[in-house]
Design a binder for this molecule. Structure first.
Ligand code: NAD
Length: 336
């Protein structure tokens, strides 16, 4: 199938070329992010492959349809960047990769938590500069601490399992509690109780109108002093300005982010020779107790292999009229 792949990095090309050897789709790789300014590039491509920060709003969807695109194949799990109402109206099928490696994201979540708690990011720099002082690197034992988990689907459930292994108490909130987590000893509670009782709060629910700014100023006010907040889900779950206020007041004792509200223009790019224009991100980067990675939680060999395989299988299935419904985005609510 004639396919355009947007937001291409060299590693995407490597994994997709390998996966396409046995499939033979005609793939054109575009570095550009899909947006109103770049949508013309997709002219004549029946399938368009996109990633987390491509912009598939109503304008882009309308033009894609007019240019002959029939399938949007997300090479990720989340689909909050696609206007599903517009896609349905224009008869564009939207498919995604629901579970390429929940382990990759769960493990990165725990890596962030351990790094931030034990100040590994600071220790690494200190020691390399000949500073062997440990003053300021004090952490806490995880055993016995209360971990609040919001969203106990594939990734959240794995985080629960890993942190149970550390001897943590887990209190969780999900609109659909997970029986496997209950069996593991996870206690479900209201969102308010989870947020207000946690020593560590980690977010694993999707971005929807209900979860937008789930951590806002009121939530920060209700938190235990010194809480560690980890977000590897979607940036807009956290109101960054409220988080900054919480960090300044000491309510938030540590903040680890793999995702950021306004990441689209920044993450995945090398901007080391440029002046950072985002003042909120710039402020976040000044805190010694903030650790930010650039949306890399998914980025393992296993996950990349699986993403390329499943995305191309989605395209093949669509071309053959054999669509895998489990990988078709079913949710017709308006995406935000
Ligand atoms: P999943 O669908 O398996 O689990 C999501 C869970 O959230 C479900 O149990 C669902 O019931 C719950 N949920 C839905 N609405 C909720 C609400 N309002 N409040 C609380 N819980 C709610 O998804 P997953 O595979 O575990 O992925 C979770 C999220 O992780 C994705 O939506 C995506 O945004 C993010 N993600 C990030 C990366 C990364 O690289 N940082 C990679 C993959 C996924």
């Amino acid at each position: 199938m004639k396919t355009a792949l947007f937001s291409t990095k060299p590693y995407d090309r490597d994994f997709f070329e390998a996966a396409n050897e046995k499939r033979g789709h005609s793939i054109t790789y575009f570095d550009a992010r899909l947006a109103p300014e770049s949508v013309a590039l997709a002219d004549g491509y029946a399938a368009v492959v996109v990633f987390v920060n491509d912009q598939l709003d109503a304008t882009v969807i309308r033009q894609l349809a007019a240019q002959g695109t029939q399938l949007v194949a997300l090479r990720c799990a989340g689909y909050n960047n696609v206007d599903l109402v517009a896609a349905a109206e224009h008869n564009i099928t939207v498919m995604h990769v629901p579970a390429y490696s929940p382990h990759a994201v769960a493990e990165h979540t725990v890596a962030l938590l351990l790094t931030l708690n034990r100040r590994i990011h600071r220790a690494y720099n200190r020691v390399r500069e000949g500073n062997f002082s440990i003053d300021g690197l004090l952490g806490f034992d995880l055993v016995g601490k209360t971990i609040g988990v919001v969203g106990t689907g594939r990734i959240g459930a794995l985080v629960c399992r890993i942190l149970k292994g550390f001897g943590c108490e887990i209190v969780a909130y999900d609109v659909q509690p997970n029986a496997a987590c209950v069996e593991l000893g996870v206690r479900y509670a209201s969102l308010h109780e989870v947020i207000s009782s946690a020593d560590v709060l980690t977010l694993h629910c999707p971005l929807t109108p209900d979860t937008h700014h789930l951590v806002d100023a009121a939530a920060v006010q209700s938190m235990k002093r010194g809480i560690m907040l980890v977000n590897t889900s979607r940036g807009q779950l956290v109101d960054s300005k409220a988080a900054i206020a919480g960090l300044k007041s000491g309510v938030i004792g540590g903040l680890a982010l793999d995702v950021y509200e306004e990441e689209a223009d920044v993450f995945f790019e090398n901007l080391s020779n440029e002046v950072l224009q985002d003042d909120v991100l710039a402020r976040l980067l000044t805190f010694p107790n903030v650790l930010i990675t650039s949306h890399q939680a998914f980025f393992t060999r296993e996950a990349m292999h699986s993403i390329a395989e499943v995305t191309l299988a989605n395209i093949t299935g669509f071309a053959d009229g054999n669509i895998d419904q489990a990988r078709t985005v079913p949710d017709r609510r308006k995406a935000i």
